[in-house]
Design a protein around this ligand. Sequence first.
Ligand SMILES: Cc1cc2nc3c(=O)[nH]c(=O)nc-3n(C[C@H](O)[C@H](O)[C@H](O)COP(=O)(O)O)c2cc1C
Length: 195
Amino acid sequence: MSNLRLCRNKHGVLGRPRSKGNILFQLTGSIACYKACNVISKLVQEGCDVKTVCSVNALKFIGKSTLEGLTHNAVYVDTFEDRSALEHIELTKWMDLAIICPATANIINKMAAGIGDDYISTIFLAFDFKKPYLVAPAMNQNMWAHPATKRSVDILEGWGVKMIGPGTGYQACGDKGAGRLSEPDAIYKEIKKNL
Ligand SMILES: Cc1cc2nc3c(=O)[nH]c(=O)nc-3n(C[C@H](O)[C@H](O)[C@H](O)COP(=O)(O)O)c2cc1C
């Protein structure tokens, strides 16, 4: 699916509006995926070109059709899909900013270990650190407090990755504590600040 939004320039010629930023928006397997849709919708309304990448487990929480409908772009899931075999490299060149929202404990620990066994972790290995890379964690408080996660967050921050939150409060499992996804508005503002 291509980006279908068209508008007329001052000469009346129909074309794509100039993007206010190319955002690679990546989602992983958390119940907080539904909150990410608000952020994506706001970015698109603001004039950003948003391309989404989902982990296989993210698709258990959100449908491709929702993301395609919101962004007017196809959703990337499988590195070996029938498109350009080197699209993960092209995406790192295309993007002005990358974000994982929500980011699971799994993806945070995988990235810090230098593993590239799915689309999101492979893109991260090919990432150009001159551009901003944001991570908005969402997980149970014990996962967030786990020594593996703590160490991984330190490693990622040392490489220049910016953490957004997480917040503290009610969690889907019924616990209260740190690990909750930051509010969509705060995430949106952080993206705009870093563009
Ligand atoms: C209902 C449900 C909710 C989950 N929510 C979270 C979550 O918020 N954060 C998290 O780190 N893992 C969560 N998990 C576990 C992850 O989905 C699991 O670790 C998965 O392997 C992550 O894969 P991914 O990082 O490739 O998306 C949840 C699992 C289930 C079944």
